[in-house]
Write a protein that binds this ligand. Structure first.
Ligand code: AVJ
Length: 350
């Protein structure tokens, strides 16, 4: 991706976003015309992970708290922990700070004690920045759940491991793990939203291929198609953290390709596309500029006001999510517990 900083957008684009209107929070029914796109994972260097973590604490970004509540108050974490076979391998894709994952891991620890298990659950956290991953894992390990009689808790039923890499690398690794009782994949926080609907389906099939009908489970957190204003506010907060997160992508690229996409030549252009059910983030050129990679494979001229696409955050209607799961060859897809799946998809205002 670094050698090819500008790729073609994955979907056709139709009409131009009016630059004058971009500062306001608006929705549109057709997608702005855009010749170039950068992959969304480029947001997640150390600084990007920190900025995203800040976003998850904002009131405007309703997703994190909603999901934590579903896992915690909704009882999903405990139900899962009581059902999971001992010694199970748990892999979280794109773990971030693991604030919500901690709810499940604590439930696993408590269930291990309650059930008197002997083989610990093996937790593997996958993300893109080694330093941030190590920091987050260490912090988590230092906060085991405590029983009433203990002054200092202790993880007895969960072991911790970090994996640095992409989803593809993580899933290839998971497919190779043969001698585990069960594999549980966590894909939380609406991370699937960064993928197009077709790519999300392919990803579920890829996850499915890491195990068989009896030894693989998935917990998927998706955001619903909430009110356009609610979504727009979540992705363009008045504190400017969303903006900083988007523009940080240019700084990240700059550490590998200095000067190719200068930060001061772009501004943040977010928009909620209600018709497509996705939030879209563009970076708009504030002046005309030539984008040329060192080896010359990329050499293009951006016009002033031209847009570069950097992120989709797809929202999933419940029915579409069911269809997605059952079409991705999950053997139990059609027999999923509607209430439980439903509760994991629900968010305020849904
Ligand atoms: C981490 C991909 C789930 O799309 O909601 C937050 C990233 N981007 N604000 C999302 C994000 C802008 C987030 N995901």
């Amino acid at each position: 991706a670094f050698r090819d900083p500008l790729g073609a957008p994955t979907e056709p684009h139709a009409s131009q976003l009016d630059p004058a209107e971009s500062a306001g929070r608006r929705t549109l029914s057709s997608t702005p015309k855009c010749r170039f796109a950068l992959p969304a994972f480029l947001h997640y260097d150390a600084r990007g992970l920190q900025l995203f973590e800040q976003i998850t604490h904002l009131d405007e970004y309703y997703l994190t708290e909603a999901e934590a509540n579903l896992l915690d108050q909704g009882g999903a974490a405990r139900a899962l922990a009581m059902a999971l076979p001992e010694g199970a391998l748990v892999l979280e894709l794109g773990c971030g700070s693991m604030r919500k994952t901690a709810i499940l891991l604590r439930a696993l620890e408590m269930a291990g004690r309650e059930r008197g298990l002997t083989r610990p659950f093996q937790f593997y956290a996958l993300d893109l920045d080694r330093g941030e991953l190590a920091r987050s894992l260490t912090a988590l390990e230092q906060h085991p759940p405590r029983s009433k009689t203990e002054t200092e808790g202790n993880w007895q039923h969960v072991t911790f491991h970090g994996l640095v890499g992409t989803y593809d690398a993580g899933l290839a690794w998971l497919a190779r793990q043969k001698s585990v009782s069960h594999k549980l994949v966590l894909w939380l926080g609406s991370s699937l939203g960064n993928l197009t609907r077709a790519d999300a389906a392919a990803m579920l099939t890829q996850i499915r291929a890491c195990g068989n009908a009896n030894n693989l489970s998935l917990v998927l957190g998706a955001d619903g198609r909430n009110h356009p204003k609610t979504v727009a506010r979540a992705y363009n907060d008045p504190h400017g953290v969303s903006r900083a997160f988007a523009l940080n992508l240019l700084d990240h690229i700059g550490t590998h390709l200095p000067g190719v996409l200068p930060r001061d030549a772009f501004e943040f252009a977010p928009v909620y596309n209600e018709a497509m059910g996705r939030h879209e983030v563009y970076l708009r050129a504030t002046r005309g500029l030539r984008v040329k990679s060192p080896a010359g494979e990329v050499d293009v001229t951006l016009a002033r006001d031209e847009l570069v696409h950097v992120e989709y955050s797809y929202k999933w209607a419940m029915g579409d999510l069911f269809e997605l799961v059952s079409r991705s060859q999950w053997p139990n897809g059609a027999r999923l517990d509607a209430r439980r799946v439903g509760s994991l998809c629900q968010v305020p205002g849904c």
